[in-house]
Ligand binder design. Structure first.
Ligand SMILES: Cc1cc2nc3c(=O)[nH]c(=O)nc-3n(C[C@H](O)[C@H](O)[C@H](O)COP(=O)(O)OP(=O)(O)OC[C@H]3O[C@@H](n4cnc5c(N)ncnc54)[C@H](O)[C@@H]3O)c2cc1C
Length: 385
């Protein structure tokens, strides 16, 4: 079965990707229904493209579901400028996006701008310099100030940097809201549709085949396969697929009375976040274990120790859940966003630890490039060729 769509428009308000005797608006097939695929689909659909998303399993159940939902890189000053550029644009976009999704779908992704407190960071000076350049508000607390103002912390910390502008989002809800929004936009998100091969001629891809034998044809194809993107691009005959690898992250979930934790707290790369309903997440491990998504007792023990250190109220609590996800690791955490060898094959992948925060800006950049628009950011650092 060839599922080929296409329609003509007279005035689409932006430069179309193909020009013939009539303006033909291209169809786009996106592979992967994580936050990157779903947001890219929404961005393209909102600008008039007919979009379809193919997902190997259930939509939004891999890394994008497993993540903590912090709407900022951890220790943001330690990242290259290319990550900062995407994250600053995306952070600005989040409040509007979450409100739009709530209005459209009735699903609240619970964006909470409670701030992030980073304890005993050894490079506080770099943090302050970065915050100055980025116009990011930062409040520095010494040990006494922490003990006075934040009595819910343990007393051994020497210094805390509070960035009050950092928010978190309830990522499983965000994924539900995105899917509901796509249904309204008439974008099909097809579950259990694993892409296994492609056909095409020369510099153009014609169609993708899924494991159940269906074939999907489009003018453009976008790979948003998260940790699986490298293998996927190999299947699609990319000779040198970008270097994206799986990096496992494990998390614990606790339950405390709502309002126990006024802001996110982080030290030594571990963090705690409280959702509005009281659930507290503690994350996360960083493990190079290939595509193994299993959970381990060692990680549970280590995360429980971190949780108790970050928030003493958790010291006598037992976690109510533990899970793992595979981050799409990339060199320096810089995602690959752009064209991939063939004229109509695109990539939006490799967001490593920051896919949830970076998604709105990455989706926008990819949509700009695919539609031949002026890009919202300099695309050079994200090129995959
Ligand atoms: C423990 C943990 C904590 C994290 N915390 C944060 C955080 O606080 N903030 C933040 O910004 N980021 C965080 N991240 C990172 C973030 O979750 C990822 O960067 C992001 O989810 C990547 O999104 P994605 O859509 O690229 O990948 P995924 O969500 O993994 O989606 C990729 C999809 O592609 C599908 N797919 C793969 N192969 C095929 C195929 N052949 N055919 C069809 N479909 C296919 C997969 O099934 C999957 O659904 C965290 C990650 C983890 C694991």
């Amino acid at each position: 079965m060839i599922d080929k769509r296409g329609f003509s428009v007279v005035d689409v308000g932006y430069l179309p990707v193909a020009l013939g005797e009539e303006l033909v608006l291209s169809d786009v097939v996106i592979v992967g229904a994580g936050v990157i695929g779903l947001m890219t689909a929404r961005m393209l659909a909102l600008s008039g493209c007919r979009v379809m998303v193919l997902e190997r399993g259930e939509p939004g159940r891999e890394a994008s579901w497993a993540g903590g939902g912090i709407v900022s890189p951890l220790y943001p000053w330690r990242y290259p400028a290319a990550v900062t550029a995407l994250s600053q644009q995306a952070r600005q976009a989040y409040p509007v996006l979450v409100q739009e999704l709530l209005d459209e779908t009735g699903i609240d992704a619970e964006l909470v701008a409670c701030g992030m407190l980073m304890l005993d960071a050894e490079d506080a000076r770099d943090a302050l310099a970065w915050a100055d350049v980025q116009k990011e508000s930062v409040l520095r607390h010494d040990g006494n100030s922490l003990r006075q103002r934040m009595p819910w912390l343990s007393t051994h910390w020497h210094e805390g940097l509070l960035m009050p502008g950092i928010a978190h989002v309830r990522n499983p809800r965000l994924l539900q809201a995105l899917q509901a929004s796509l249904r309204r936009l008439k974008v099909d998100v097809i579950a259990q549709a694993e892409v296994v091969s492609a056909s095409g001629t020369g510099s153009k891809l014609e169609s993708l085949k899924t494991s159940d034998g269906r074939e999907f044809s489009a003018d453009h194809f976008v790979v948003c396969g998260g940790a699986w993107s490298r293998g996927l691009l190999g299947l699609l005959e990319m000779a040198s697929p970008p270097s994206v690898r799986p990096v496992r992250g494990q998390m614990l979930l606790y339950r405390l009375p709502p309002g126990t934790l006024p802001c996110m707290v982080m030290a030594d790369g571990r963090y705690v976040i409280q959702r509005r309903d009281g659930h507290v997440l503690c994350g996360s491990t960083l493990e190079e274990t290939g595509f193994d998504k299993g959970i381990t007792d060692a990680a549970k023990e280590s995360l429980m120790a971190s949780a108790a250190r970050l928030l003493p109220a958790l010291a006598n609590e037992q976690p109510v859940a533990q899970w793992a996800g595979l981050r799409p690791g990339s060199p320096n955490g810089i995602p690959f966003i752009g064209r991939a060898e063939k004229d109509n094959l695109w990539v939006n992948a490799g967001h490593f630890r920051n896919g949830l925060v970076l998604a709105p800006a990455s989706a926008r950049l990819l949509a700009n490039l695919l539609q031949g628009e002026k890009p919202s950011l300099d695309p050079l650092p994200y090129q995959c060729l």
